[in-house]
Design a protein around this ligand. Structure first.
Ligand code: PXP
Length: 239
């Protein structure tokens, strides 16, 4: 399983003082040099993490894969088509949320989604949709023209009892298999950390995980290089 690193919280820290440090672009380079398979950033409507200029600079410097998380808005579509990240991940976005709270409601936005995806793909950008691990969402993502689904692991990360954890892992594993059968590639993310990655990595067929908070939190103490390398080692330790 590959590891993509979300560097939004480096920008959050920088923005706390409205200064230039720490620089998300430098953090992205450190993550890449430490083995990250991609760099993820979420350009929010309120620009609370990375800003437009950060995205331009990331586009210039990222050599692995740039994954732009974004809401399904005309503004974001224009920015994506101009910037050309390798991948766009569509996420729901609410102003008042602390972080992305749930999967994308494909059913509620299906017609718009079907129109939204082609200009991105025509620009050579792959499209992933962040979904709840449910079959119906997979079916709709496939028929709307997505290349990839990112399974929401937030619910998994919140489970406490062994039985609940096992049940959620089973749900994720079944949904991943269903998505691959539907011709989609499967990635996962949200709430994964140095502890809950161990049971998670037993699920087959998930190409890549995307982790932000846990890695940036650890990087603040031990440095980006060590934080990324430790996670890559955990992700790839045989179950
Ligand atoms: N995947 C998606 C779609 C997200 O929105 C986020 C949070 O920005 C992540 C993965 C990473 O989540 P975390 O910061 O909890 O690792």
């Amino acid at each position: 399983m590959r590891l993509a690193v979300n560097i939004d919280h480096i920008a959050t820290l920088r923005n706390a003082r409205n200064e230039q440090q720490p620089d998300p672009v430098t953090a992205a380079s450190a993550a890449e040099l430490s083995g990250a398979s991609g760099i993820v950033c979420h350009l929010r409507e309120d620009r609370r993490h990375i800003r437009d200029r950060d995205l331009e600079r990331l586009r210039e410097s990222v050599t692995t894969k740039l994954d732009l998380e974004m809401a399904m808005t005309d503004e974001m579509q224009r920015i994506a088509v101009r910037t050309k990240p390798e991948l766009v991940t569509l996420v729901p976005e609410k102003r008042e949320e602390l972080t992305t709270e749930g999967g994308f409601d494909i059913e509620g936005h299906y017609d718009r989604l079907r129109e939204f995806i082609p200009p991105l793909r025509d620009s050579g950008i792959e499209v992933s949709i962040f979904i709840e691990p449910e079959k119906r969402a997979v079916e709709l993502a496939a028929s709307a023209g997505a290349d990839i689904v990112e399974l929401h692991t937030g619910p998994y990360s919140l489970k406490k009892s062994h039985a609940d954890i096992e049940a959620e892992l089973e749900r994720l594993g079944k949904t991943a298999a269903f998505a691959r059968d539907a011709g989609l590639r499967v990635v996962a993310g949200h709430g994964l950390n140095y502890y809950n990655i161990e049971p998670f990595r037993t699920i087959g067929g998930i190409e890549e995980i995307s982790i932000g908070h846990a890695i940036i939190a650890r990087a603040a103490i031990v440095g980006m290089e060590r934080a990324v390398r430790e996670m890559i080692r955990l992700v790839n330790t045989p179950a």
